[in-house]
Design a protein around this ligand. Structure first.
Ligand SMILES: [Zn+2]
Length: 427
């Protein structure tokens, strides 16, 4: 049976003493991270040399011998922190290679910006002890002690053969700005089974409507942006206002800050719930899911007052995360998830009725084809194009008839329809 990795996040409840100890550990990891970053910058400036993970990991032994506070930390967890820095650099080089204008060099991290630390192997510095039925658990951290952990691997309902989340592999300890602690544990498990449905669907993501879904029989569904995001918007603004009125360094300011941070966290949780539920529902009802390759970067890159409002709602509902969840759940259900090449197919400009390409402004909400006379909601047309192309390799869902010339039909070959555009361009 195929093994996959799944992350489960537990909220953990340290005592004051334990929390202090954890903050102490975290500060040491923060210092390792920042020192390693400085060392890389230095090596490059002085002799044009790029240090990598292995160069830096070698020096950990020396650091541990010289400074007892680092020697007391779990050795592998220090390597995990160095690997994080390595990852930040790899992402930076990738962005630079892709020709991004401002690829963003890895930054020094203030404590508030530092996420936490991790352990590489179960049993080495940490131990996970689940309660009966895997509802909640005890987490043992060396140097800290036993911590109560609340949470449950939801996917075990789908691992019918064992009803177990499998083997715990790695853990990350995370401290949120609100002071709440979490442990994100990765399990190696049998691939969970997810039920699928009977519809082949095309999905278009928009800003007005969160997603528009069409099926082969032209049935259409609209999933709106949840209203509670707007409610939180007001709460956030109020919390922000109150914070700005408080004196710097005062106790009331600290309180107001905490309120603002908690508000952000609640919003993020609600948004994640929405994305999980929505993606689960789509997979449950589908036998094939087709979407377009999104590039959120280019969508948010350009300015303007209208776009600013738009940017916020893009970030609000995180389409990137939604489609990642969708792909992942489609894989559990064993159904195809097809990303059509956006630039080639142009779902928002192509007519699903006749295939002709007409540019539309962002503000035009209706697709009215001058060529075949079809009138559709803009997003419905785009979703139909996406589905048609995924199923047949043609924008209209059928081969162009002979004798039709020019812009009326636009035959497209099928050969690359299952390969996302991004990976093709890199190749
Ligand atoms: Zn048309």
């Amino acid at each position: 049976m195929e093994q996959v990795k799944r992350k489960v996040t537990y909220r953990i409840y340290p005592s004051t003493k334990q929390a202090n100890k954890m903050v102490e550990i975290m500060r040491l990891h923060q210092r390792i991270y920042n020192a390693a970053l400085e060392q890389r910058i230095d090596a490059y400036r002085r002799c044009g040399k790029s240090l990598n993970y292995y160069d830096q990991a070698k020096e950990l032994t020396q650091l541990r011998a010289e400074f007892p506070e680092y020697g007391a930390l779990n050795a592998q967890s220090e390597q995990v922190t160095l690997r994080r820095l390595e990852k930040a650099f790899q992402a930076f080089f990738r962005r630079m290679k892709a020709g991004e204008a401002a690829p963003g060099f890895p930054r020094f991290k203030a404590f508030d910006r530092f996420k936490g630390w991790g352990y590489a192997a179960h049993g080495d510095g940490w131990k996970f002890k689940p309660n009966a039925d895997f509802v909640h658990a005890t987490l043992h951290l060396s140097g800290v002690g036993n911590l109560q952990a609340r949470g449950r691997p939801r996917f075990i309902d789908q691992v019918k053969s064992s009803r177990s989340p499998g083997q715990p592999k790695t853990v990350e300890l995370i401290r949120k700005s609100s002071g709440k602690w979490f442990a994100s544990i990765t399990f190696a498990t049998l691939r969970p089974h997810r039920a699928s449905g009977t519809a082949a669907v095309g999905i278009d993501w928009g800003t007005a409507t969160f997603v528009t879904i069409v099926a082969e029989d032209h049935a259409q569904y609209f999933i709106e942006n949840p209203r509670h995001f707007r409610k939180y918007d007001c709460q956030l603004k109020r919390a922000q206002r109150q914070l700005s009125r408080k004196k710097r360094g005062s106790k009331n300011r600290a309180k107001a800050k905490l309120k603002l941070v908690s508000c952000h966290e609640r919003l993020a949780n609600q948004r994640d719930d929405f994305l999980h539920q929505t993606s689960a529902r789509v997979v449950r009802e589908s036998r094939l899911v087709a979407t377009e390759a999104l590039n959120i970067k280019t969508m948010t890159a350009h300015g303007g007052a209208y776009k600013k409002g738009l940017n916020r709602s893009i970030l609000d509902t995180s389409p990137g995360k939604f489609f990642a969840l969708l792909e992942f759940k489609a894989a559990d259900a064993g159904i195809p998830y097809i990303e059509i090449p956006t630039r080639k197919v142009k779902p928002s400009q192509s007519c699903s009725g006749c295939g002709v390409v007409q540019k539309k402004a962002m503000s035009e909400r209706v697709h009215a084809c001058a060529c075949c006379g079809i009138r559709l909601d803009r997003d419905v047309n785009a979703a139909r194009v996406i589905l048609n192309y995924a199923l047949t390799g043609f924008v209209t869902g059928r081969e162009p008839s002979l004798g039709v010339e020019g812009g009326v039909t636009r035959p497209l070959k099928h050969e690359t329809s299952t390969i996302p555009e991004r990976s093709r361009e890199r190749a």
